[in-house]
Design a protein around this ligand. Structure first.
Ligand code: C2E
Ligand code: CA
Ligand code: CA
Ligand code: CA
Length: 277
C-alpha cells in the first residue's frame, strides 16, 4: 500500500482503487498470518564494548509470507499498527521471544537477556504490563532476562497512564530501553520522570562516526548524558571497527550492528550461542 500522504495523486481514481484493493488484500493476508503463525523472530546480538562479550539479543520480527518470501518489519509493521493488527503481532513476538530464550537457557546456553520492541500503538491499546507478567509466568523466563524497547513517541504522551505502565513493567523486574534515542523530537524531561534503564543511540548518529565531527559530538553527548543519569548506553548500527574503537574511547557500554553480528534466525542464533560457550 502506498503512502497517500506523500505527493501521490489523490484524485487519480484508479490509483486510489488500487491502493484500497492492495490494503484489503494485505489485511486479509495479515489475518491469515496471525491465524497460521507465519511470523518468525530473528535475533541480533548486543555486546559489551569493553571486551566484546555477549550482553543479550534484540528480537526482530519477520513475516514468512507464503508467496512474497521473508518480509522485513518495514513492509508490514506500520500497516499492522494502523489497521489494528499490531497487538496480535506484538503478543506473539513477546511470547515467542520469552519462550525461545527460556528454551536456550534450559539447554545450558548463556543466560543472556532478550529485548522486545513495543510500538507506541501497543502501548496505548493494551495493558502491556499485565500481559508481560502473564507471558513471564507462562514461559518461566526470569523477568531480569527480558527488556522492552520503546520509542520516544510513547514517552511524549505525558500521561499518568504511561507512567503507571512503565512503573508496573519496572516493578516486574523487566528492563526498559529507549529506542532510536535522539530522533523523537521530544524534550528530555521524560528522562527523569520515567524509570528507564538504557538509551539506544540511533544508527543515524553512529553511522558517519568517526569521520563526521558533528556526529562524534552527538554520540559523545548522549554517552555522557547516559552516564550522568545512570542509564546504560547502546550504540546501534555499528558497522566499522573504527566506530567500535570510538565507542570504546567514549566508554559507551554496549554495541549492536552488522559489524558485530547480523540478525540471525533461531537456528543460526543457537549455533552462534553454542560457539560462544
Ligand atoms: P529497530 O528497533 O531500530 O531495530 C534495528 C534495525 O536495524 C533492525 O532492522 C536491524 O536489522 C537493523 N540493523 C542492525 N544493525 C544494523 C547495521 O549495522 N546497519 C544497518 N543498516 N541496519 C542495522 P529490522 O529488523 O528491519 O527492523 C526495523 C524496525 O522494525 C525496528 O527498528 C523496529 O522499530 C521495528 N520492529 C522490528 N521488530 C519489531 C517487533 O517485534 N515489534 C515492533 N513493534 N516493531 C518491530
Ligand atoms: Ca529496537
Ligand atoms: Ca533502534
Ligand atoms: Ca533505528
Amino acid at each position: 500500500a502506498k503512502d497517500s500522504g506523500r505527493g501521490h495523486h489523490q484524485f487519480s481514481t484508479p490509483g486510489v482503487a488500487d491502493d484500497a484493493m492492495a490494503s484489503l488484500q494485505l489485511q486479509r493476508e495479515l489475518h491469515t498470518a496471525i491465524a497460521e503463525n507465519q511470523f518468525v523472530l530473528h535475533y541480533q546480538p548486543v555486546v559489551h564494548v569493553a571486551d566484546g562479550a555477549l550482553a543479550g539479543f534484540e528480537a526482530l520480527v519477520r513475516w514468512q509470507h507464503p508467496t512474497r518470501g521473508l518480509l522485513a518489519p518495514s513492509e508490514f509493521i506500520a500497516f499492522a499498527e494502523t489497521h489494528g493488527f499490531i497487538s496480535h503481532v506484538g503478543r506473539w513476538v513477546m511470547r515467542e521471544a520469552c519462550r525461545q530464550l527460556k528454551a536456550w537457557h534450559d539447554a545450558g546456553l548463556p543466560r543472556v537477556p532478550v529485548a522486545v520492541n513495543l510500538s507506541a500503538f501497543e502501548f496505548r491499546q493494551r495493558d502491556v504490563a499485565s500481559e508481560i507478567a502473564a507471558v513471564l509466568a507462562e514461559t518461566g523466563l526470569p523477568p531480569q532476562l527480558l527488556e522492552v524497547e520503546l520509542t520516544e513517541t510513547v514517552l511524549m504522551q505525558q500521561s499518568e497512564q504511561v507512567l503507571q505502565t512503565l512503573q508496573s513493567i519496572k516493578a516486574l523486574g523487566v528492563g526498559i530501553a529507549i529506542d532510536d534515542f535522539g530522533t523523537g523530537y521530544s524534550s528530555l524531561s521524560y528522562l527523569k520522570r520515567y524509570p528507564l534503564d538504557k538509551l539506544k543511540i540511533d544508527r543515524s548518529f553512529v553511522m558517519d562516526t568517526p569521520g563526521d565531527s558533528d556526529d562524534v559530538a552527538i554520540v559523545t553527548a548522549i554517552v555522557e548524558l547516559g552516564r550522568s543519569l545512570k542509564l546504560r548506553t547502546v550504540a546501534e548500527g555499528v558497522e566499522q571497527p573504527q566506530q567500535l574503537a570510538l565507542l570504546g574511547q567514549l566508554r559507551c557500554d554496549l554495541a549492536q550492528g552488522y559489524g558485530i553480528a547480523r540478525p540471525m534466525d533461531a537456528a543460526q542464533t543457537q549455533a552462534w550461542l553454542e560457539q560462544q560457550r
